[in-house]
Every structure is written in C-alpha cells, then in structure tokens.
Ligand binder design. Structure first.
Ligand SMILES: [Zn+2]
Length: 103
C-alpha cells in the first residue's frame, strides 16, 4: 500500500502512482525513463550495425553470384557462405558483449 506522488518536471502536475504525466504525457518515472533510453540506444546501435557494415560486402558478393562465369559464381557462393557464417558469429559476439556491458 504505497502511494507515490511524482511531480511532472515538464508541466508541474502532481501524479499518483503513474509512470506518465496525466496532464502532458511526459515520462515521470525516472527508472522507466532510463530503461527506455537504454533500450533506444541499444536499438539504434543494432540498426547502425545492420545498416552499415554488412551491406557493402553483401552487395559485392551478391554481384559476384550473378557473374557469367560458373567458376567465379561458385567461388563467390563459397565466399558468401563463409562470410555469412562469420557475420552471424561476430554479430552474436557483439550482441553478447553489448548485452554484458549494458548489464
Ligand atoms: Zn506533465
């Protein structure tokens, strides 16, 4: 039976047992705000990784897969498989490190 009054830092409204301001909708629960910020940062970092690093390699390898020479196509197919294999492992490791660092 705990009642917590939190004053909204934005509009000054007193809120009772609320994570969000009943007047302006701002987050007034500090713990929740920090958690949301952290989630957002992690999401941004993940998006940046997905968007930047692999796309150039992937594009290069995909171009090779359409090469008219069969031997080169096979070479690229193997290369693509190896690259994809390492991308998954390294990606998993980065995710694990970020997860450990973020706690
Ligand atoms: Zn407010």
């Amino acid at each position: 039976m705990s009642t917590s009054y939190i004053k909204c830092p934005k509009c000054g409204t007193e809120n009772v047992n609320n994570d969000y301001c009943s007047n302006c909708g701002a987050i007034i629960n500090g713990v929740l705000e920090r958690k949301l910020e952290r989630d957002l940062k992690n999401q941004d970092r993940r998006d940046a990784e997905n968007a930047e690093a692999p796309s150039k390699v992937e594009l290069f390898l995909k171009k090779g897969l359409e090469h008219p020479n069969l031997i080169i196509r096979i070479f690229f197919k193997v290369g693509y498989g190896i690259w994809f294999f390492f991308a998954v492992i390294i990606g998993g490791m980065i995710a694990a490190i970020i997860g450990a660092a973020a706690g």
